[in-house]
Every structure is written in C-alpha cells, then in structure tokens.
Design a protein around this ligand. Structure first.
Ligand code: GAL
Length: 826
C-alpha cells in the first residue's frame, strides 16, 4: 500500500513538472534550428556580421550536406599519396578517394532565432551542434561564441552573453572549412547534423550532465546509480527527486535525496529496480530516469535520461559477456554517410540501414572511424545493436596531410570527453575504441599516447572496456602497445590471431576489422577464382565473393576463427554498407570509381549476394536459401558457369532444367566448402535453376528457383515502406526494377528511368549502387545497374499520398503510391 501511495505521489509530482503545467512555466526548453537557414558556398568577408544581407544566399534546411549535390569530378581532392597502411611504398595519384565530390572549401550558414521571455540574469542559453564539417566557428550576433575543429564530434557553447537583451531576432552564423587532403573517405560538408537551442534556468543540469550506471545486475535485482552534475549550484542545498520509469511509463523505482553540493562534484543517487527487464540486442528494453532538481526549495530543472540495464564484462579466455552470457560480435563497421543522401543525417535512412542489418543477423556496429550521430545511437538502443564507438583514424602522426593530427595535441582530450559524456548513458554502447590503425602504433612511445586515451575513457566511464583497431601486428606485439589495452583488437591478419593470443596477457583477440571482401552487386566474373587485387576493364568486382585486397580476406576465414577458438571475440566486418570514397581495388588513378566495393549492402541499400552468406550463419531465427549467379547468360551457352548456394541448411541438391547436378554438403575440406555449397562445373543453358535444401536428417526442407529472364517489359516498383509519417522528414525507399513479362528481374538491364513524384511529398534521391556511376543522386533520372536502382521520396507535412511514376523508353511505366500519415508511431 505504501508503495502504491508513493508511486501515486511521484506520478503527481511528474505531472506538475511537465511543460505547461499549473505553474505555467517549464524549467527547460529545447528546439532545433532546422528550417530557413541561408547557405553560401565560398568565403564571405565578415560573413558573421549582423548587417550582412544574406537574402541572395540559398535557402536550406539543416541537416544539410553541401557537397552531395556534386557534380562528381576527377579533380576534386586529387591526392598524390602512398597509403602505407595498405602496404604502398610509392606515392600514386588517387582519384575518387574522397568520393569525387566538392567537399573542400569554405561554406557559411546563417539563421535567426528567438528566445521569448529571455532574461540574461536567470536564464542560460546553449547552442549544441551534433556535428559540423568542419573547423566550425560559431558567431552569435556578430561575436565568435565557439570554435570546434573536429567535424565528427558534437559540441556546445553557452551563448547567453551574446544574445539581445529581449532575446529576440538573434543571428547565428557558422563558418566551416574543409581542407584538401584532410580525409581518406568522403567526410561530407556543412551542418550535416542537427543544431539545438537549449534554454534553462541559471542553475541547471548541463549538456550531457547525467551519468547512469548499473553497478549490480541480475534477473531479480539491479542497482542503478545516477550521477547528476549541476551548474551554478556550488555550495547550495540541493534536493533531487528521481523516478525510474519502464517502457510502459510505470514508475518502478523512486528516490528523494538532499545534500549540499560539493564543489564540482555530481549529486549521487542510488536506486533499485526489482525484476529488471535487461537490455540486449534480442530484447532492447529501456528505462527512463526522470529527475527534478530543487535548489533552496525552488524547482530549477527537470531532466530525463534514457538508459538500459545490462552488464558488460570481458573475461580472459572467454571473451565478451553480456548479462552473464558469452557472445561473439556479429558486427559490421560502417561509415557515417548515407549513400545518395551524403552525410546529412536522416532518421528513416538510419532506421532502414539497421532493419537490413538486423535481418542479416548482425548484432553490433563499429562507428568507423569517428563519432556517430546521436540518432544512430538512440536507434541502436531501441532496435538492439551493440556499438563500439571509435573517435579517430589519426592521432599525432599523419595519415592525411591535413588530417586530425593537426589538432590532436590540443583537442584529443576535449574530443574524447565530449564523445564519452554524450554516449555513456546509451546501453547499446558496450565498448570504446580509441583509434583505427594509427601510425603511432609503431612509434617508440606510441604506448604512452594509447595510455593517455585509454585513461580518459577509464576516468570518464569506468564501466566500459577499451580497445584499438591495430594492423601493425609485429610492432604492437613487441612494443607494449597491444598489451596495455583492455581488449586487443586486430584488423585483418587472421593468420596472426594465434600468435597474438599466445603473446598477449589479455588472452583474447577481437576482430576489430575483418574481411574487406570486394564485390559489385549483380556482377559475376568468369572463371571463378579466389584472388586478391583483381582488376577488370569494367572497373567492377565479382559477386561470387572470392575477391579481396592485398591486406584482406574472405568472410569464411573470419567465420572459422570465431567458431574454432574460445578466445576470439567475434568480428566487425568491413563494411556493412558501401560508402562514398575509398574505391579499392580501383583506388589509384582509376576514375570514375568513387565509392567503395567492400559493402555487404550496396550504396543504394540493396543487399549484395554476400548479405546472404552472413545471414546464413548469423540469423538463427530464419532460414536462408540464396542462389548465385543470376541465370541470364546468352553468351555463356555451353560454358562452365559455377553455381553457389548460401544457406543455413547442411546440404542441398541442384537441378538445371530438371537435371540433377548432384548434392553438395558443407564440409571442412576447405574454408569455402565449410560455409558455402558450390557446384563448380555446372554448364549454362537457359531455363530454370532449382535448389532443394535438405535438413540434418536428409529430408527436403526448402526450395528456391531462379529463371532466365526474357526481354525487359515493364518497370516494377516495390515500396520498402508504403506508409510513412507526414512529418516533413520521413523517407520511403522504393526498389525499382526492370522485369520481363513473367515478372523475372532482368539482371543486366541498364536503361534510363525517369521519375515523376507529385502529391504530399517530394523526390529526394536516386542511387543504383554502381561505384563508377557519375549521375547526380538528386536528379530524378538514373540508369539501372544490373536491373535495379533505389528511389527515395520524402514525406511532406500533410497526411495524404505521394504519387510516383517511373518512365523508361520501350517499357511499360511503373506506378506507385506511398501514404503519408499523421501519426507518432513512425
Ligand atoms: C583498413 C582501414 C579502413 C579501410 C579498410 C579498407 O585498413 O582501417 O578504414 O581503409 O582498410 O580495406
């Protein structure tokens, strides 16, 4: 009964504190600066001046990436370098290394904002940038308010003193500059993440001012520790009232504490949750801590922090444990760009990426090699992905002439602190990685830099282990660099895992970066050979998944390492998605290649064949049965055309036009035969390929058929999302295909398709996944690549219908509607 009364009291208290309550005031307010920005690409003398007339500048909405609109050009950021981490000794010209897009240069953004009822004496106003690319100088009403060089990190500054006395009509101007040769991939350009205005009382919880940990976790009980910082309350008597709410909004724990705040120290509260719903990738249960802060009897702030209850441990010889169970990472590395959308953040695009990865059975992501957008981290909390967040590709020694090494000495600690405080309450984040293949690995005192960074992690967040992606195995095994890390992470070099395990004190090896197998969706090369650094005249790689780079390997090798050794911790595959830039193996003067071929999923978010290889091992909830290649090869009649099947079943029988080609069984004869079923000597004849999969007992369990396609007849559009939120931001992805009369995909169609998008939404972008395609992503026409492309449309702000037509010369047009709905459920 007491418990019920207390719960009711707390709910009543919470009710009083929601904005617009009977007190008629709320203690904090936060909004985005999203629409009505003015943008100018180029230098502007006194671009910060309030008097400047920016009416002729472009009107843009933030998040905005100025470079994604192109045009693509070989001359953009040409780099003459030796990529030493790829084993290169001599400098060569690299075209398309950063995507062949115009990200280099200066850009200015300006907008205005109001703070009604502003009072500089008792209010504080903070501008928070989730990321600005790069070297951001922020001016408010003509005065410089803050500078933050690293384009991937979030930062904030108190702008109270710069605002107009009445709080109205404040001008914010941001100057950004990207230097040539500052990156190894496409970084994007501009205000590509959200900009927030946060208004609080003078005494308030600062940005990232809460830290929630779960020092004890069991199925029956969890203790939750809340450390809350307060600004401007030193020496004052503070009362904090915290309620923990579960996913349904029920209060499951509550606490009221009072103490005098010790200078600079956070206010600590400990709470208990009985029978907690633990967080895991399979069950991403979340809680909220809702805190009210009273100082000398007056409510001065109310603050909510989302968190999860879970336990992360690293155990020698056993690996990574989540909630007491050993698991191996089934992870991917991802870059931050969203293909045709560039670096401009969009929640629907991120959600779609995660949905595709979830279906593949992926449970972890490494943010390579920089800080993620907060929206990605929040989605990983909600959908169930473990994150390894990694801030840097460079420390004090350069990889790129104008890379982060220019800022490392002065900024590394500040960058680490912002990153860790930003994300230390997110249950999805299970590990920090302090860097990727940094040249500092081999320097005599490199271990000191690694210790410095690892110590910052331990100081700011003692609850998570720390790793580093290392590729210079000989150096780091000898010089003390690898042995000081909580978790030694090896990039590639699968053949050195055993040695690392034997030499290192941690008795563990994490595959911090693996595979780098290359393929182009829908492209198959003959004869089928397992080979590194294969180059072809069409600048593509084969989707038989047998090609890799000189430093890398095939997926099968990494699967075996995870399965065969209790001391391996699983892997992060390079990469989940293709990304802009780094077009290896066509990475020297091989224009027009300008996007990667490493992805399991292509730049148009269409899974390549490799997706099904990973899925056949990783997704234990569904069966996989996938046949490669396609079966439309008019020029190969009578020629040997191997067939591979990716499946979780142990064996299968293949039939071509009804004739059995025999049964293949997974075996340990070779790494490939262990994970793939392969018929190497099948001969092409047009018609039908059927595979019948057999279960453990040898009974037919599933079958799949593919057929030779006839002439392309019509354009088919399949909406991945047929109904989206009418919020002006949501996106629908639509798979566009050329099909024959029977509906078979025409796997080599390359026709130009033109789109009309009308109604309650707009055309957003197109992509076809071809790493050599120079067509602009934002023009409503594009050629199919191997029969397919992806159209993205964006919802307007009214519920209704987006009507789409796809026209293609000689083919029947495609027609599709996408609903836009006013609903909070998206
Ligand atoms: C790794 C590096 C990645 C990417 C990859 C391509 O060495 O860490 O950023 O360059 O190679 O295979």
């Amino acid at each position: 009964m007491m418990r019920l009364l207390r719960t009711t009291y707390f709910l009543f208290l919470l009710f009083l504190l929601v904005p617009g309550n009977s007190h008629g005031q709320s203690t904090r307010q936060s909004f985005l600066l999203e629409k009505n920005w003015r943008f100018f690409q180029g230098e502007v003398v006194h671009g910060e001046s309030v008097a400047l007339d920016d009416n002729t500048w472009k009107n843009v909405t933030v998040p905005h990436d100025w470079a994604i609109f192109g045009p693509f050009d070989r001359s953009h950021d040409l780099q003459d370098v030796a990529v030493t981490q790829n084993g290169e000794k001599k400098a060569t010209v690299k075209t398309g290394r950063t995507g062949g897009l115009p990200y280099v240069g200066v850009g200015w953004y300006r907008t205005k904002f109001d703070i009604p009822q502003f009072n500089p004496v008792n209010k504080r106003v903070v501008l928070k940038f989730d990321g600005a690319m790069s070297e951001a100088r922020v001016y408010v009403n003509g005065k410089e308010a803050c500078f933050w060089p690293y384009g991937y990190n979030a930062f904030h500054c108190d702008v109270t003193e710069f605002l107009h006395q009445d709080g109205m009509n404040n001008t914010v101007a941001v100057r950004l500059e990207n230097k040539a040769q500052s990156s190894r991939w496409y970084p994007g350009a501009g205000l590509y993440r959200n900009v927030h205005v946060i208004v609080t009382e003078k005494i308030h919880v600062p940005v990232w001012g809460t830290y929630i940990t779960t020092p004890f976790v069991s199925d029956s009980l969890a203790s939750v520790k809340l450390e809350t910082s307060l600004k401007n309350a030193d020496g004052k008597l503070v009362r904090m009232v915290t309620a923990i709410l579960d996913a349904t909004g029920q209060v499951v724990a509550q606490k009221e504490n009072q103490q005098k705040l010790n200078y600079g120290k956070p206010f600590v509260q400990n709470l208990e949750v009985i029978n907690p719903a633990l967080w895991s990738p399979e069950h991403p249960n979340l809680y909220r801590a809702s805190t009210q802060v009273f100082v000398e009897g007056k409510l001065t702030d109310s603050f909510e922090t989302r968190f999860g209850i879970r336990e992360v441990r690293i155990i020698a010889d056993r690996g990574f444990m989540l909630n007491g169970k050993v698991r191996k990472f089934q992870g991917v590395c991802n870059h931050h760009d969203l293909g045709p959308l560039g670096a401009a953040i969009n929640v629907s695009a991120l959600r779609y990426q995660l949905e595709l990865l979830k279906d593949m059975g992926c449970d972890a992501i490494r943010t390579a090699h920089n800080m993620p957008a907060p929206e990605l981290v929040a989605l990983c909390d909600e959908l169930g992905f473990m994150l390894m967040i990694e801030p840097f590709d460079e420390w004090d020694i350069a990889k790129c002439k104008n890379g982060y090494h220019r800022f490392f000495a002065d900024w590394a600690e500040r960058d680490m602190v912002n990153m860790i405080r930003h994300f230390r309450n997110n249950p999805s984040v299970v590990m920090w990685s302090i860097g990727n293949e940094v040249p500092t690995q081999c320097s005599a005192e490199g271990y000191k830099v690694a210790s410095f960074l690892q110590d910052i992690c331990h100081r700011e967040d003692p609850s998570r282990p720390v790793t580093c992606g290392m590729d210079q195995v000989s150096c780091v095994l000898e010089n003390g660099f690898a042995s000081l890390l909580d978790v030694p992470g090896l990039n590639y070099r699968a053949h050195r895992y055993e040695e690392a395990y034997a030499k290192l004190p941690q008795n563990l090896v994490l595959g911090s970066e693996t595979a780098s197998t290359v393929s182009s969706r829908g492209v198959y090369k003959f004869p089928v050979l397992k080979k590194g650094d294969m180059l072809y005249s069409d600048h593509q790689s084969s989707s038989y998944d047998m090609e890799y780079c000189s430093w890398s390997n095939l997926p099968d090798e990494d699967f075996a390492l995870a399965e065969d050794h209790h001391w391996t911790m699983g892997q992060f595959v390079w990469t989940g998605f293709d990304y802009l830039g780094e077009p290896s193996p066509y990475d020297t003067d091989a224009w027009p290649n300008h996007s990667s071929m490493f992805g399991i999923i292509d730049l148009a978010s269409i899974p390549k064949d490799r997706y099904y290889l990973y899925r056949s091992l990783w997704n234990k909830n569904v069966h996989t049965l996938h046949i490669i290649p396609h079966w439309t090869w008019p020029e190969r009649v009578g020629k040997e055309t191997p067939v591979f099947v990716y499946t979780d079943y142990p064996s299968a029988e293949l039939f071509i036009n009804g004739k059995s080609q025999g049964i293949q069984r997974k075996s340990k004869a070779s790494l490939q035969e262990r994970y793939r079923l392969m018929w190497m000597n099948t001969v092409y004849e047009p018609g039908e390929v059927k595979v019948v999969a057999y279960d453990e007992s040898g009974k037919p369990a599933a079958e799949k058929i593919i057929r030779t396609a006839g002439r392309a007849f019509r354009i088919e559009m399949d909406a991945v999302h047929d109904s989206i939120s009418a919020d002006g931001r949501a996106l629908a992805y639509i798979r566009v295909k050329a099909v024959d009369k029977e509906g078979n995909l025409c796997p080599r169609a390359a026709e130009l398709v033109q789109f009309d998008v009308v109604g309650d939404g707009t055309f957003k972008a197109l992509a076809n996944g071809d790493p050599t395609n120079l067509e602009a992503f934002h023009k409503p026409q594009m050629h199919l690549f191997n029969g397919q492309l992806t159209l993205i449309v964006q919802a307007g702000e009214k519920s209704g219908r987006i009507q789409i037509k796809a026209k293609c010369k000689g083919l029947k047009e495609g027609v599709l509607n996408v609903q836009t709905v006013n609903s909070k459920t998206f």
